[in-house]
Design a protein around this ligand. Structure first.
Ligand SMILES: Nc1ncnc2c1ncn2[C@@H]1O[C@H](COP(=O)(O)OP(=O)(O)OP(=O)(O)O)[C@@H](O)[C@H]1O
Ligand SMILES: [Mg+2]
Length: 429
């Protein structure tokens, strides 16, 4: 391997340095024009790889909810699964980057490398990471860039490292900006939903009583008349009763949108609640040919919550998945502490991800799935996800849906984050 200095010397070295600087400046200009986080990370990784000749470039960003640096994007030949690049604040690598706020050259700073944990060493070594670059915005470590060895086998020169640091300094601001924009957009979206739910909840509470009383009398009158009708006409009466019960079901659903402040809190084992719900749905799943895959490695699955409401959440989401796969498929239930399965005491919430292999939700529909009454089903009320949203919010948690509709890879993933300690938010009041 050539040394740093060999690459940087002479006329050719000077030209290369100039080209490098020009490319870096060009990249920074283009970064400032991008608003979307995904697009920004994608371009950042791809261009850094190109400019610096790295085999792969991976980026991890700080997630304030899990207080963890999560792998977001990896680009390059044989690119690693970005999710493997997950680190916690207490991990030695993060601590070192935080304190030193400087680049770690894995190939030359062996003393620092030795100080890392075995898990960190494994991630860095197995992906041939040569440079670890902190992304710092407002004096905080907001992300980490990982560059693997160069594709042509030469070492990174000093000039390249300096340029890389300059790019990282600027890029971290662009990334921070994009993260903030995304965060604001999500907040706004959630506020908008909460607002809509509040209105529906209030309307429902007012109207429900008015509707349910006459409904009860219709039901009992029709039932009463049934005995005077000839047997061949009983079917009509049963049809009316069925419809009345359907209306009653909708009213009940609407009412539950407005009941968020009456949580019956207790210690709830999310694994157990999930198993009980799955058991309940077992006949439905068998009928549709839906298999369940469980990936539950979490050590402590308990949260403070309303048990019945939590089951309602699982039921609504699982039912949607089953209904989305009438020709069969699979549901994966995922509940884990961290990627390497270890327990993380400081985590203040539990995440449950329920994924299916159904057709996915088209983009246009995605915007509306939480809207009350939005349904694409003949017999759906369109309240399932609105109610689910209300319950999760009512506990101070969050729900996110990611869906893919590509013919080659499709399916829907619903992630529910429940805080260990319920923070009662009073939506609808
Ligand atoms: N896992 C999923 N796969 C595909 N589409 C889904 C999935 N989950 C929800 N959807 C879409 O979102 C819509 C709204 O879902 P929601 O649960 O709120 O109502 P619904 O299932 O239609 O009716 P209900 O839950 O009252 O029976 C569904 O009609 C469907 O189009
Ligand atoms: Mg539903």
């Amino acid at each position: 391997m050539k040394s740093d200095e060999d690459v940087g010397r002479g006329a050719a070295g000077k030209r290369r340095r100039r080209d490098l600087q020009a490319s870096a400046v060009e990249l920074l200009k283009s970064l400032n024009l991008i608003v979307g986080l995904d697009q920004l990370l994608e371009i950042l990784c791809a261009r850094l790889k190109e400019i610096f000749g790295a085999g792969t470039v991976t980026i991890s960003l700080f997630d304030p909810i899990t207080r963890r640096y999560a792998g977001m994007m990896a680009r390059g030949s044989d690119a690693p699964n970005a999710a493997l690049f997950g680190f916690f604040e207490f991990n030695p690598l993060v601590k070192w980057l935080n304190v030193n706020q400087s680049l770690l050259n894995v190939r030359t700073d062996r003393g620092v490398f030795d100080y890392l944990s075995p898990e960190e060493k494994l991630v860095l070594e197995s992906h041939r990471v040569a440079l670890v670059v902190p992304l710092i915005a407002l004096n905080r470590l907001t992300g980490i860039l990982f560059l693997s060895d160069r594709e042509d086998g030469t070492a990174y020169s000093r000039a390249e490292i300096e340029n890389l640091l300059m790019v990282a300094g600027q890029a971290s601001l662009a990334v921070e900006n994009a993260v903030m924009t995304q965060f604001q957009e999500e907040r706004l979206k959630k506020l908008f939903h909460a607002d809509k739910l509040a209105t529906v909840g209030e309307l429902a509470a007012g109207a429900a009583h008015e509707i349910r009383n006459p409904l009860t009398s219709i039901r009992s009158t029709v039932q009463f008349l049934k005995k005077d009708l000839p047997a061949e006409k009983h079917g009509y009466v049963d049809g009316v009763i069925e419809e009345v019960d359907r209306i009653d079901g909708i009213i009940k659903g609407l009412l539950s949108l407005s009941k968020s402040s009456e949580l019956q809190l207790s210690r709830v084992d999310l694994r157990e609640a999930l198993q009980q719900t799955l058991l309940l749905l077992d006949p439905e799943m068998k009928r549709n040919g839906v298999a369940v895959k469980q990936e539950i490695t979490i050590v402590d699955p308990t949260v403070e919550a309303d048990q019945a409401q939590v089951k309602q959440v699982f039921l609504n989401v699982l039912l949607n998945s089953i209904q989305a796969m009438p020709q069969g498929g699979a549901i994966t239930v995922h509940m884990a502490d961290r990627p390497d399965g270890k327990r993380e005491e400081s985590l203040d919430s539990v995440r449950v991800t329920l994924s299916d292999t159904g057709p996915g939700i088209p983009e246009e529909a995605m915007r509306r799935v939480f809207d009350p009454f939005y349904t694409t089903k003949e017999n759906g009320t369109g309240l399932g996800l609105s109610i689910t949203y209300g319950i999760v919010q009512g506990h101070g948690g969050e729900i996110d849906i990611v869906s893919k509709t590509d013919p080659s890879s499709h399916g829907t993933s619903v992630t529910i984050r429940m805080p260990r300690k319920a923070k009662k938010l009073t939506i609808g009041h």
